[in-house]
Design a protein around this ligand. Structure first.
Ligand code: SAM
Length: 388
């Protein structure tokens, strides 16, 4: 285990009580009693500071470290290098037809960071195969793009034809394919969610894939109750919900999306408060809320939720009370979440190092770094592995 992995494993265990509780579910996590001065500082922050600290990992860790000095040891462990990139050869005007700007920049940054070693490429869970098409053009190499959605493959095939590249699509379930990945391939995976990237790595290592370039996302997908580490020697144990912490930020949301998200949180918390009032003070998970319910007014929303969850119908006066309560709790949740979110990048890097450590233990030379700026995507980690 390398020093960074060891340090993060120990830090996440030491500060478990700060990042594990979810303020959405626990209105007052236990740390509030243990560190009242931290609570006071967070509760007194101006509104602008709340959004900033939920988003800026380094600033949130610095705030925590003023109250818990050992937290200061975490920041250096999060300092990863940018992956060295080689400029892509000129690829014509039209390779990026139909790709929104920020997505195109992500794909180009990924392609620049994923150094070509001459092997045939497997583009894992490739969607319309934009990354595969770019690599086929830039590296002049045959590419297979594996994707479960046949319509995406059809669309990708016509884009590949238009670009005149050697790219074949395989409509298949990545989790059940006996034929892919194959020995000697260079597997690339840009934002293959959770078990999709873990499966590629586990299976690919067993089958002798030569090179991997993987940018993981949605780590929690495919985790049953508890996360099963791939590498050995780690002491931290994570639940599925814990792994969600790694992907909780939304730096790429527009202000309209942010307003909608805030309202959805406030309304759900308003409903939670109502339920606690009428059926006992404990959080209970509820099924996803239909989008349309969040577009009406709050009284209507609360009435529908109450009916669905078998609670007495609220009067208009009660609905008004809990709408206010929901917004008040949203404000508290955003403040308390600063503490949890301070550990977000530590969790993400721990998860990525688990995959990297597994490959290193199986004879690969592995590096971990960022392949693009965070403003293009917060899921900017790349694990690069070459069979030594
Ligand atoms: C987040 S997208 C990433 C697509 C592409 N790599 C990119 O960056 O644009 C994940 C892709 O995985 C595909 N997918 C989901 N489950 C899959 C499975 N079991 N087998 C193969 N592909 C799958 C989805 O259809 C989707 O296109």
């Amino acid at each position: 285990m390398d020093e960074r992995q060891q340090g993060l494993d120990a830090a996440l265990i030491d500060f478990h009580e700060l990042w594990h509780p979810q303020p959405f579910r626990e209105p007052r996590p236990q740390w509030c009693e243990r560190w009242p001065a931290l609570l006071d500082e967070i509760m007194a922050l101006p509104e602008s500071g709340i959004a900033h600290l939920n988003d800026d990992n380094a600033a949130a860790l610095a705030l925590l470290a003023r109250h818990l000095p050992p937290v200061a040891a975490i920041a250096p462990l999060l300092d990863l290098p940018a992956m060295p990139g080689a400029p892509l050869p000129e690829r014509g005007m039209h390779w990026a037809w139909e790709i929104p700007g920020r997505k195109r920049q992500q794909i180009e940054a990924f392609a620049m960071a994923a150094a070509h070693g001459g092997q045939p490429v497997l583009d894992w869970c490739g969607g319309k195969g934009h990354l595969g098409r770019l690599l086929a053009l830039a590296w002049e190499t045959p590419v297979h793009t594996l994707e479960i959605d046949a319509a995406l493959c059809d669309a990708g095939e016509s884009l590949a034809r238009r670009a005149g590249v050697r790219q074949q699509f395989i409509v298949a379930d990545a989790l059940a394919s006996a034929d892919w990945p194959q020995a000697g391939q260079h597997a690339v995976a840009l934002h293959a969610c959770g078990e999709l990237h873990r499966h590629l790595i586990r299976d690919g290592v067993d089958r002798g894939v030569s090179s991997f370039d993987v940018a993981p996302c949605c780590y929690y997908r495919g985790v049953a109750e508890n996360y099963q580490p791939l590498s050995s020697g780690l002491a931290l144990q994570l639940t599925r919900d814990d792994t969600r912490l790694a992907v909780t930020e939304t730096v790429t949301a527009s202000s309209r999306e942010t307003r909608q998200r805030d309202r959805a949180i406030a309304w759900k918390l308003g409903f939670d408060a109502y339920r606690r009032r009428v059926s006992g003070d404990a959080y209970r998970a509820f099924k996803p809320v239909p989008e349309a319910w969040l577009r009406a007014d709050f009284a209507d929303f609360l009435g529908r939720m109450a009916e669905r969850e078998g609670l007495p119908p609220p009067s208009l006066r009660v609905a008004a009370e809990f709408e206010g309560r929901g917004w008040q709790r949203r404000d508290e949740v955003m403040r308390l979440s600063i503490v949890r979110h301070a550990f977000r990048r530590a969790m993400e890097i721990w998860l990525a190092l688990d995959l990297a450590g597994f490959m290193a233990g199986r004879g690969y030379q592995v590096s971990l770094g960022s392949f693009c700026e965070r403003r293009l995507t917060p899921r900017n980690l790349m694990i690069s592995a070459r069979l030594a």
